[in-house]
Ligand binder design. Structure first.
Ligand SMILES: *[C@@H]1O[C@H](CO)[C@@H](O)[C@H](O)[C@H]1NC(C)=O
Ligand SMILES: *[C@@H]1O[C@H](CO)[C@@H](O)[C@H](O)[C@H]1NC(C)=O
Ligand SMILES: *[C@@H]1O[C@H](CO)[C@@H](O)[C@H](O)[C@H]1NC(C)=O
Ligand SMILES: *[C@@H]1O[C@H](CO)[C@@H](O)[C@H](O)[C@H]1NC(C)=O
Ligand SMILES: *[C@@H]1O[C@H](CO)[C@@H](O)[C@H](O)[C@H]1NC(C)=O
Ligand SMILES: *[C@@H]1O[C@H](CO)[C@@H](O)[C@H](O)[C@H]1NC(C)=O
Ligand SMILES: *[C@@H]1O[C@H](CO)[C@@H](O)[C@H](O)[C@H]1NC(C)=O
Ligand SMILES: *[C@@H]1O[C@H](CO)[C@@H](O)[C@H](O)[C@H]1NC(C)=O
Ligand SMILES: *[C@@H]1O[C@H](CO)[C@@H](O)[C@H](O)[C@H]1NC(C)=O
Ligand SMILES: *[C@@H]1O[C@H](CO)[C@@H](O)[C@H](O)[C@H]1NC(C)=O
Ligand SMILES: *[C@@H]1O[C@H](CO)[C@@H](O)[C@H](O)[C@H]1NC(C)=O
Ligand SMILES: *[C@@H]1O[C@H](CO)[C@@H](O)[C@H](O)[C@H]1NC(C)=O
Length: 673
């Protein structure tokens, strides 16, 4: 093992300097402002709080990601609006209208390029271990995670050999006089090496974005280097981030049209074809429109057919609402009151209207043999809503929305990750540079990802349908999931908020054309109420509250066995608390463990304060480890043998040996030795 190097992340500047997407994907009247400074924060150069994470400073609490404000939950719907006992017969075989076969990695993440050095690591040799653990949890369930690095900041990013201060990413602040200016990013190849080195530890596949601000002089280095460094781990490259907003955001003439985008996409393809350093050319993602243009209006230019050999995926980006009026008061944009909106996020109609708007597009994509992606989404742009985006509401909403997109033939959905001044993060690194290790904050959307991963499973052949349960009641959506032609799981959601228990569901689940097993396994996603912040549980395990996670689940997994009546009228009565979600494993006892019960390959942090304050992972021990969710570093005594499938899914781990990579699993605890 090489000598440990002291870790100094996250860089103190980075959290002051991330970009917010302003009304990027929802409001056709929105004007463009990409904000560079955190609203309400003193700009660059000001000392920030440095207390240990156990006692968050007032500075921490002033960051939107940790704001403790809550909303008032909607009143229980009442028995007439929500019948609580209902039968749910599900066909054993795949019904007409079920989705295309979905990958388990459907639910992924989108990380704004300007915050990767906060979320992923400092550079190629200093990675954020909590991030690795969070990804490992998902890999264990579905084998792979898809992450996009990009966003507005990709458009002007430029690859340079090195930066003046040695960082992998810098904002060119010279010349930024207006706090809403987006300074161009410069980044070094080490940023891409960092992605590559993450992929040797956990099976993360990357989407990148090629700068589209200058179509007479394309900067293709991200494709060249991305392919050279990432190889198969580079999935594809986005060309044009929300081109429908280029005109109104001042990136093009106001009359910038679908035809202009079509023409520029053609110029990019010509440039790629002329670049000998680009080895694979069928790699582009587009049109990534949000709201001003429909995808069909771009398709009408002949886009798909003209560029079919270059187009790897079709894409859109969309948020259901925005918090722009609050984030940027001077913009004059309308202020949305999250309290008024809360109940709309606690309704199945949110998911059906969001995904429903694209059914025509997903059908076109299928006809053209393309996969269709939701490339960036979350609860609301401009940072989301305090009390909604960071509460249990968002976990149920994200789960329903993700499942609905799968049911309507999207092929993947990426939930956006901002920084400390947004509410909607699936996971947030701590803002202080001196912090205890258990210091990440895991948000509700990460729980959505975890549950959806288990709902789809690792087969990459899951077909999903919205069962329109309970008379298509908007409080109680349910999905069926089939694998290789057989019903395997059902997901039941209860959006009602009723701690009295009176709105808990009793669902009589049965199979039509098949036999229920004698008992089924059930896992629950739970919180006390929809406004709860943090400490949600999935099968009894949690990632805690603010500043309490190192990315590994805490607690013992709790799988509930529910007996079924056998015989022709066999049914199992599944209890779904209000609020909550239940994933029912229909292949009999042990099915839940088969799907996800094995220990995660995680990256232990238990020796963080020893010796040098930091510790490196011993690469050789990782290669032989069975997992060790709660084990000491290097232990192979996880108490559970890896299944063959598990070994396959973790196959990437072995690569670390050859690399001799050092991963830093801790950083300085103030005053601790
Ligand atoms: C953390 O930030 C403070 C204030 O900017 C600085 O004095 C301190 O040296 C930093 N600590 C580390 C470990 O970077
Ligand atoms: C927390 O959020 C609420 C609601 O948006 C806001 O009124 C309050 O000022 C925020 N608190 C802090 C400390 O920023
Ligand atoms: C999804 O695709 C499948 C297979 O083509 C089709 O049967 C189903 O109707 C589609 N769903 C929607 C909502 O269009
Ligand atoms: C789904 O998996 C297949 C096979 O592994 C792959 O070709 C495809 O690109 C994946 N789709 C997405 C959106 O990840
Ligand atoms: C990454 O950062 C650490 C700590 O600052 C430094 O020691 C190391 O050399 C850097 N690695 C690379 C590849 O620049
Ligand atoms: C595109 O962005 C790069 C990097 O910031 C900049 O140098 C260039 O001038 C821009 N081009 C146009 C046409 O805006
Ligand atoms: C960094 O770039 C400068 C020129 O911009 C060059 O002189 C220097 O050698 C470079 N350093 C390294 C380590 O590549
Ligand atoms: C990991 O990063 C180092 C640079 O620090 C690089 O030499 C190595 O090739 C990287 N590995 C991968 C798989 O990208
Ligand atoms: C769009 O606007 C630009 C400048 O404002 C102008 O030069 C161009 O002719 C216009 N294009 C069309 C098709 O009207
Ligand atoms: C919601 O649940 C949390 C966590 O148990 C609790 O602190 C909070 O008081 C509850 N809210 C209401 C309105 O009951
Ligand atoms: C979560 O639970 C822990 C331990 O019970 C508690 O310390 C913390 O305050 C809770 N966090 C929130 C956000 O409720
Ligand atoms: C396991 O979950 C069930 C259902 O929520 C609950 O009734 C039971 O008390 C839990 N058991 C433990 C040990 O937490």
């Amino acid at each position: 093992m090489r000598a440990p190097i002291r870790l100094g992340i996250p860089a103190i500047l980075s959290f002051l300097l991330f970009t917010l997407e302003l009304c990027s994907a929802q409001s056709s009247s929105a004007t463009s402002i990409t904000v560079y400074y955190v609203p309400g924060q003193t700009p660059l150069g000001t000392a920030a709080g440095t207390a240990s994470a156990a006692t968050p400073t007032s500075f921490d609490q002033s960051l939107q990601a940790y704001n403790a404000s809550t909303l008032v939950a909607p009143a229980p719907p009442g028995a007439s609006a929500l019948p609580t006992s209902f039968a749910l017969p599900i066909p054993t075989g795949v019904p007409v209208g079920a989705s295309i076969k979905q990958n388990g990695s459907f639910f992924g993440f989108s990380i704004e390029m300007s915050v990767v050095n906060q979320v992923l690591g400092k550079n190629s040799t200093v990675l954020q271990v909590p991030f690795l653990n969070l990804m490992s949890n998902l890999q264990q369930r579905v084998g792979r995670i898809n992450i996009r690095v990009g966003g507005n900041t990709q458009e002007t990013a430029t690859l340079v050999a090195n930066t003046t201060d040695g960082r992998i990413l810098e904002k060119d602040l010279a010349g930024v006089t207006n706090p809403t200016d987006t300074p161009p990013l410069i980044y070094t190849p080490d940023l891409i090496y960092m992605l590559g080195n993450i992929s040797t530890l956990v099976n993360v596949r990357w989407y990148l974005g090629v700068p589209f601000n200058d179509t007479s002089n394309f900067r293709l280095q991200i494709i060249e280097q991305g392919q050279a460094i990432l190889g198969d781990h580079l999935i594809a490259v986005q060309a044009g981030n929300e081109p429908d907003l280029y005109g109104s955001h001042g990136h093009r003439a106001l009359n910038y049209s679908q035809q202009d985008y079509f023409n520029e996409f053609g110029l990019l393809i010509n440039a790629i074809n002329a670049d000998p350093l680009i080895t694979s050319r069928d790699i582009l993602i587009g049109p990534s429109v949000s709201t001003n243009w429909s995808p069909e209006s771009v398709f009408d230019t002949g886009y798909i057919d003209a560029y079919t050999n270059s187009l790897a995926y079709l894409s859109v980006e969309h948020y259901p609402s925005d918090n722009c009026g609050v984030a940027f008061p001077s913009s004059g944009l309308p202020v949305h009151d999250p309290q008024q909106l809360l109940s709309s996020y606690l309704s199945h109609s949110s998911a059906t209207s969001l995904a429903g708007a694209y059914i025509d597009s997903t059908n076109i994509a299928q006809q053209k043999g393309k996969q269709f992606l939701m490339f960036e989404t979350n609860t609301a742009s401009c940072g989301g809503f305090v009390g909604l985006s960071d509460a249990f509401t968002a976990a149920l909403w994200g789960l329903d929305y993700g499942m609905q997109m799968a049911a309507t033939n999207f092929s993947g959905a990426l939930f956006h990750v901002g920084g400390q001044s947004v509410s909607y993060n699936p996971f947030t690194p701590p803002p202080t540079n001196e912090s205890v290790f258990h210091a990440w904050t895991v948000g509700p959307i990460y729980y959505s990802a975890l549950v959806m991963a288990e709902a789809l499973g690792p087969s990459n052949a899951s077909q999903v349908i919205d069962l329109q349960a309970n008379g298509n009641n908007s409080f109680s959506p349910a999905y069926g999931i089939w694998e290789n032609g057989n019903l395997v799981r059902a997901l039941l959601i209860n959006f009602a908020n009723d701690p009295s228990g009176a709105s808990d569901l009793q669902v009589d689940l049965s199979m039509t054309g098949g036999q229920m097993p004698s008992q089924v396994d059930v896992k629950y996603l739970l919180a006390n109420n929809v406004t709860q912040k943090g400490n949600y549980t999935w099968a009894g395990q949690t990632f805690g509250g603010n500043f309490q996670s190192d990315g590994r689940p805490i607690g013992t997994e709790n799988i509930t066995s529910v007996p079924c009546n056998t015989g022709t009228q066999g049914a199992c009565t599944i209890h779904v608390p209000a609020p909550g979600a239940a994933l029912v494993f229909l292949s009999g006892s042990g099915a839940a463990q088969d799907t996800a019960g094995a220990p995660s390959q995680t990256f232990s942090t238990s020796t963080v304060t020893k010796a040098h304050n930091t510790v490196t992972i011993d690469a050789a021990s990782l290669a032989t480890s069975n997992g060790g969710r709660h084990d000491q570093l290097g232990s192979t005594s996880a108490g559970s043998a890896k299944s063959a499938a598990q070994s396959r899914r973790n196959a990437g781990i072995g690569g670390v040996v050859a690399l001799g990579l050092e991963i830093f699993v801790g950083w300085v605890v103030a005053g601790a030795r």
